[in-house]
Design a protein around this ligand. Sequence first.
Ligand code: NAG
Length: 236
Amino acid sequence: MTAPLTPVGRALLTVGSALVTFANPARADTLAVLGDLTSGPALHHLTNRIKRSHEGRQMLQTLTPARFPEHGSGSLPELRALPAGTLGREYARFMDDRRFVPESRAVVRFVEDDTHRWVMQRYRDVHDLWHVLTAMPTTLLGETAQKLFEASQTGLPVTFLASVAGTARIGRKNRQILFSELVPWALSCGRGATDLLAIRYEDYLDRDLNELRTKWNITVPDVQLKGMKSRPSTKT
Ligand SMILES: *[C@@H]1O[C@H](CO)[C@@H](O)[C@H](O)[C@H]1NC(C)=O
């Protein structure tokens, strides 16, 4: 639900959520509020990009699917039953390995335009799915690179801020991997990939992950990172 805010209220909430997020980047709740409050112009631009594809226009016309994956109806068990190597199966594996549940993704609260609110929610809901597409782990290093990939792909300021906050906390050895391997990958792959918010992923869950990476022009970085296999495993 939208919470109307006065301009002063908006400003205070923006500064407050930015301070708390920088002090503790793991705070998904304040990061979400900061994202809601700082995304206006980027959401306008993203909406126009989504409209360029037939698939994207269809989603915007009805503002559906409402959430990814569909909430509450046990969508993960269905995805677990898909063959190994499919997008849906690998997404379910990614979530299960980390004991993540789709329902824990924060609801967008401070974006007033209906279409923009849908785009912001979609971005937040497919974040874990994009981890599967890029094979980025959810370690500090992987998450930081992933946020930079998202910044390059979406232009959302909050993704860039999160990658800067992450970089500040990475140790010397990993920072070297970040700058030599992951930053160049994130910037070019984020820019070179298809408009990833214009995709109706619900229609592709039973398709082969590697084929989809090729279709959507997503490359997986060569470097071996702790916490994620870049090739889907063959066991189900
Ligand atoms: C695919 O992405 C790469 C960067 O990863 C980029 O150099 C290339 O131009 C892109 N190809 C197309 C067809 O957009």
